[in-house]
Design a protein around this ligand. Structure first.
Ligand SMILES: *Cc1c(COP(=O)(O)O)cnc(C)c1O
Length: 425
């Protein structure tokens, strides 16, 4: 029965970001290999979005599978309060070496949203522990930091957050920095800095907002202003981390250092869920006390799960291999070439690229929004050509796994041009 999995799925599963009433094409995937996904009817799809931006080295990577399998047979899970284990120690050691020099401690959690929750709680309690509680948080307009309540609160208000609006805490939203608005941002920061407890931002690129990009130079200036005003900085690298931007971290484009950083998505190569929040000595030391009430009371059942830590270690090893560094460079160059072609197309505007991330907008009469149904038309058209792309409204983008071949990427570009040339939507 061709439809068996589909039917059984519909009977019991509720999918994320999916209007279940109209969801008519949920595809059962039975196998993944490299950049490919295979469905139950034998169709193959090139995963051009790294399965929601997480897969780095391809699906079912044999090396990660082997390492996780060995770990699975050794120690699958242990409470991380009062106990520790080598995978977590090694991962923290290895990661901290790659981060800005001020990042000194690693706190584990389960996903990007929890990494953000931990960061926010660190900042709130940092001030509280010093007897100077503050209540206002600064974030960018259109930000996306996750779907739990704290992470939602610091995300831009949108259709996604609307039903929960009354329950979200107050946040001051500012524009992303440009050479032109930096002076305004400076005076804005000066007037509010007393009450602001931290600033949280996606560096270089606002992913879920529609791959909106801004300059490292301008962010660096804004970070300087925050430092001058004594505002703690949380750099959310959940999406940008682990090579996405062409460098290992967005931090590698910046000379200023954030107080706290968040990681997830590519952290385990997209193999297992895990979140990480790192912080400086300054933050960490504010919790050291003989007073037990100054403890960071946060933790998850699966904090620092050894399997996830091992997957992350294996993925980071792969990432450091020259072969994979060259693949990232090659993807960046291929994207840049294709961007030139896209820019000339009459239906395309705002072509932009940061490293392995390429995005552009399809011009049509409908208003620009996530609910612009042009995205659905493109999605189906790409699927029928064996490509998984998932537009954000009229924003189309590519975030391929680094293992994607030269030929597969060229095939995707060719299909994009063919669709653009034949369609009048
Ligand atoms: C995806 C994302 C998150 C949330 O991560 P989840 O693992 O989906 O909870 C947070 N911040 C950024 C920048 C993201 O792109």
């Amino acid at each position: 029965m061709c439809n068996e999995l589909k039917t059984r799925d519909k009977a019991v599963n509720w999918h994320p970001y999916t209007q279940m009433k109209t969801a008519d094409n949920i595809i059962p995937i039975i196998k993944g290999e490299g950049a490919y996904l295979y469905d139950d009817k034998g169709n193959r799809y090139i995963d051009a979005v790294s399965s929601w931006w997480v897969t780095l080295h391809g699906h079912a990577h044999p090396y990660i599978a082997q390492r996780v399998s060995e770990q699975l047979n050794t120690l699958e899970q242990v409470i991380f309060a009062g106990f520790t284990h080598e995978p977590a120690i090694r991962l923290s050691e290895n990661l901290l070496q790659l981060l800005p020099g001020n990042q000194q401690k690693v706190f584990y959690s389960d996903n990007g949203s929890t990494a953000v929750e931990v960061a926010l709680k660190m900042c709130i309690q940092y001030h509280y522990n010093q007897g100077k509680p503050k209540t206002k948080i600064l974030a960018f307009k259109n930000a996306y930091h996750g779907d739990t309540f704290g992470a939602m609160s610091v995300s831009g208000r949108s259709a996604w957050t609307q039903p929960f609006g009354e329950m979200l805490f107050e946040v001051i939203f500012i524009d992303t920095p440009t050479a032109e608005n930096l002076e305004n941002l400076r005076s804005e920061l000066k007037t509010i800095s007393e009450e602001v407890l931290c600033f949280i931002y996606e560096p270089l690129i606002q992913g879920a907002a529609g791959m909106l990009m801004y300059q490292a130079r301008d962010l660096n200036e804004l970070m300087k202003l925050c430092k001058e005003e004594g505002i703690l900085m949380i750099q959310d690298e959940v999406f940008t981390g682990f090579g996405r931007t062409g460098k290992l971290f967005a931090a590698d484009y910046l000379s200023e250092q954030p107080d706290i950083m968040c990681f997830s998505k590519g952290l385990t190569g997209g193999t297992l869920p895990m979140g990480i929040t790192t912080c400086s000595h300054k933050i960490y030391n504010a919790f050291l006390s003989d007073d037990p009430y100054k403890t960071l009371f946060h933790g998850h059942s699966f904090t620092a799960n050894p399997l996830s830590c091992t997957a992350a270690l294996a993925s980071m090893e792969l990432l450091s291999e020259e072969k994979n560094q060259l693949s990232i460079e090659r993807i960046c160059q291929q994207h840049a070439q294709f961007a030139i072609l896209l820019k000339e197309h009459q239906h395309i505007e705002n072509v932009r690229q940061t490293g392995t991330i390429l995005a552009w907008e399809y011009k049509n009469d409908q208003q620009t929004s996530y609910f612009n149904n042009i995205g659905k038309l493109f999605y189906d058209e790409f699927l029928s050509r064996g490509i998984l792309m998932r537009p954000l409204g009229n924003v189309l983008y590519l975030v391929p796994p680094y293992c994607i071949s030269y030929e597969d990427l060229e095939y995707i570009y060719a299909q994009i041009m063919e669709i653009l040339n034949k369609t009048e939507w």
